[in-house]
Write a protein that binds this ligand. Structure first.
Ligand code: TXA
Ligand code: MG
Length: 319
């Protein structure tokens, strides 16, 4: 049965209380949500996404107290980061409490917690007596969804509903920080930069990809990939000449290219990093829906949000 498209929080509340799967809007990307304390509901998330069980889920909370109750130890630095950036695009990995099902944490001793900023989802969370487990609402390994339609296109048959909150403002997933050790580790780049984190809690070590055990599939070398084969260009690098079935995605200023207009998809018209982040996943999807087999993509300038955009593009292009 095709999922319902909802605009009212109350219907989503009821479905989630019954153990249902509802895709939810957040400021980063759409999430595929279920009752995070109900292992059976959580198992359905893995099934719908075809996600391997070694990949832990983030729990979304509606209050700071709820987050504290889901951890067995709430570090002072978690408190400082939550106060500075929640609600917002930051996930904190902390020691998990025994209430958190092992399926959520993939049997790790930790749990990822985040208070999202989208007003519909915040009021949804505040209407529920449990947190929502929610990975990005895409089949495992594919591009993350930034509109309700993206979710329906791919998971419409596997879930009960999507709560439509419009296009996501940020467009790439939350920054993830681990507070499990003495040092703070940055596990995934996002809208909140390392510098912004360091202004609040001091030095942060980057641990974006690890050899051996992967702590976060966002750390997998290949992820976020469309079917179209991507080739990366350094900023300003010249693009090869046009070929049939191929597209060119410059970072900005598409009009300066000799490529045919219908093979050109710029990340940002004006060279703005926020706009490029909000559009990057939509553009990767469009490459598939428009039937391109190959695309040359120009990386963003390597600074600020450009680092997070380039992280996604590099993983999307890896084979
Ligand atoms: O912005 C976001 O974070 C979105 C929205 C929906 O909130 N969610 C999201 O979830 O991106 P997902 O599952 O696609 O990515 C979460 C990442 C995964 O790479 C997972 O491995 C990592 O977070 N993660 C979750 N719990 C963790 C833990 N306890 N330790 C280390 N990494 C964890
Ligand atoms: Mg994901």
């Amino acid at each position: 049965m095709q999922a319902q498209c909802l605009t009212e929080v109350s219907k989503a509340t009821a479905l989630l209380q019954q153990g249902g799967l509802v895709a939810i809007p957040t400021e980063t990307v759409y999430g595929l949500a279920a009752n995070g304390l109900d292992a059976i509901a959580v198992a359905r998330i893995f099934e719908a996404k075809k996600r391997p069980f070694f990949d832990p889920l983030i729990l979304h909370v509606g209050s700071l107290e709820q987050a504290q109750g889901l951890s067995s130890r709430w570090p002072e630095k978690a408190q400082q980061l939550a106060q500075a950036f929640w609600p917002g695009p930051l996930t904190l990995v902390v020691p998990k409490s025994e209430h958190v099902p092992d399926l959520v944490s993939s049997s790790l001793p930790s749990v990822g917690l985040r208070m999202p900023k989208h007003p519909l989802t915040l009021s949804l969370l505040q209407s529920l007596e449990f947190p929502l487990a929610a990975p990005s609402a895409n089949p495992f390994g594919y591009v993350s969804p930034t509109t309700a339609q993206h979710v329906l296109d791919q998971l419409g048959n596997a879930i009960e509903a999507v709560l439509d909150g419009g296009p996501c403002e940020v467009g790439i997933e939350s920054t993830i920080v681990s507070l499990m050790g003495d040092e703070i580790h940055l596990l995934r780049l996002g809208k909140i930069s390392q510098e912004e984190l360091e202004r609040v809690v001091g030095p942060v070590q980057r641990q974006l990809s690890v050899k051996g055990a992967v702590q976060a599939p966002g750390q997998l070398e290949q992820h976020y990939s469309p079917f179209c084969q991507l080739y990366l260009l350094e900023p300003g690098q010249e693009v090869p000449i046009w070929e049939a079935e191929s597209a060119y995605v410059p970072f900005s200023n598409p009009t300066a290219s000799a490529w045919p207009q219908d093979h050109l998809l710029a990340l940002s018209q004006s060279g703005d990093l926020n706009e490029a982040a909000a559009k990057v996943f939509s553009i990767l999807r469009q490459l598939d829906t428009l039937g391109f087999k190959k695309a040359w993509i120009e990386l963003a300038p390597n600074q600020g949000l450009g680092l997070a955009i380039n992280d996604r593009l590099r993983r999307a292009a890896a084979r």
